[in-house]
Design a protein around this ligand. Structure first.
Ligand code: PLP
Length: 407
């Protein structure tokens, strides 16, 4: 893609410019966490040096300034995902924090013994375990959408899982292992045709696909700051206003209250009802800085570039005969999970690291998905906006070296 300013973009991420074991770093573990643009790093530094004060709690000049920046950050997130009101954006600690919030509150407010929650085989543990815990507490049970060998959700089976006890669907937007981009709009429509709300796990979706929550019509959309070039420890829960109003608070503490007496507490309005205690306000403002950085480049350009990387990598890796790819959906992000025949993924990862190529190995927090494919783990290369075809060539060559070494 000739008009994509890749050289400038790589300069924006200072960590990329380093040697690992004497080789230039090829960071291909972006599904785990992404690197940070200088603009965000400097903004967070500046906030700590010049603007730090408590949000929503004080009348001081600094507190007023940081509170304003925090609420502007909320509006930035709102616009980024196309939400209609900023009060629908709750700052959490990450995707995990957001799903636990919804699962807990949904359990307390809605679930009854015998109720059912639908999730899928390809979910991250973060979108399995909170629902499982809530099911155990309330006598409900999970129903699981199966997947095909290519790594697509079986939508016919999904349709058949609904019953008059189904209370919630929770499905990932993009699989962190298979790379499958799920047809989330259709999945939402099916849930709604059964009058069931749906949560979309956007941890791997929001940075690789255009997201407009109004168009998707999902009831909840969640994601993590650190996977979209923002700081760690900040995440987003988007919810439809009627659901956020209806669900009880998750945690109690400062800021989420309206009035407290020893007899009774009444709660604050949205979004503060779900933001107990001092939030990660600097993280929230840092996240907004990263989102503005992406908007500045143009999300459509980024997506087009990433699709080109995906096609290049698909073609290149298919040339390695001993490589078995997991996740071959026609709709796929630039995420590649594979095993080299007869070689443990851990060994593959360790060896290619010595060539400067950083990937992830293991179960990727998706043990049930590994069980579905009858494997113990994979090597995963996950690409993003600052990766290059040269880095894909280096991955390819390093894998061939592994094969030679282990032969
Ligand atoms: N969901 C998916 C699809 C993920 O890939 C991840 C992280 O890898 C998570 C949830 C959990 O994200 P976090 O650890 O940032 O809360």
């Amino acid at each position: 893609m000739n008009d994509f300013p890749i050289e400038q973009i790589r300069k924006d991420f200072p960590i990329l410019d380093q040697l690992v074991y004497g080789k230039p770093l090829a960071y291909l573990d972006n599904g785990a966490t992404t690197q940070k643009p200088l603009r965000m790093i400097e903004a967070v530094n500046r906030l700590h040096r010049e603007q730090n004060a408590s949000v929503h709690r004080s009348v001081s000049f600094l507190s007023d300034k940081i509170t304003q920046a925090y609420e502007e950050a909320r509006t930035t997130v709102q616009k980024f995902i196309g939400a209609s009101k900023s009060l629908q954006i709750i700052f959490t600690s990450g995707t995990t924090g957001s799903i636990n919030l919804v699962a807990f509150s949904f359990g307390e407010g809605i679930l009854e013994p015998g109720d059912e929650i639908i999730i899928s085989t390809m979910e991250h543990h973060s979108n399995i375990v909170p629902w499982q815990m809530v099911c155990e507490r309330h006598g409900a049970r999970l129903r699981i959408i199966p997947i095909t060998d290519e790594g697509d959700l079986d939508l016919d089976a999904y349709q058949n899982l609904f019953s008059d006890r189904t209370r919630m669907v929770a499905v990932t937007h993009v699989s962190n292992v298979l790379g499958t981009i799920n047809p989330v709009k259709e999945i939402v429509q099916i849930a709604h045709s059964h009058r069931v709300p749906i949560l979309l796990d956007g941890a791997q979706g929001v940075q690789h696909e255009p997201v407009n929550v109004v168009d998707l019509d999902c009831d909840f959309y969640v994601f993590s700051g650190h996977k979209i070039y923002g700081p760690t420890g900040i995440g987003i829960l988007y919810g439809k206003e009627e659901w956020l109003e209806r669900l009880p608070p998750y945690q109690g503490g400062g800021d989420m209250i309206d009035r407290v007496t020893f007899e009774k507490t009444t709660y604050n309005g949205l979004p503060f009802k779900f933001e107990a205690g001092t939030t990660n306000f600097i993280g929230a403002i840092g996240l907004a800085e990263s989102l503005n950085y992406l908007t500045g480049i143009g999300l459509d350009k980024i997506i087009r570039y990433e699709h080109e990387l995906r096609d290049y990598a698909t073609q290149k890796l298919s040339g390695i005969k001993q490589l078995r790819m997991y996740g071959t959906s026609a709709e796929k992000a630039a995420i590649f999970s594979f095993v080299l025949e007869g070689i443990h993924p851990f060994d593959t990862g360790m060896i290619i690291d010595k060539f400067g190529v950083a990937v992830r190995t293991g179960t990727h927090c998706t043990m049930p998905l590994m069980q579905r494919f009858g494997i113990e783990g994979t090597v995963r290369a996950s690409l993003c906006l600052y990766n290059t075809t040269d880095e894909i060539d280096r991955l390819h060559d390093a894998l061939n070296s592994v094969i030679d070494l282990m032969a």
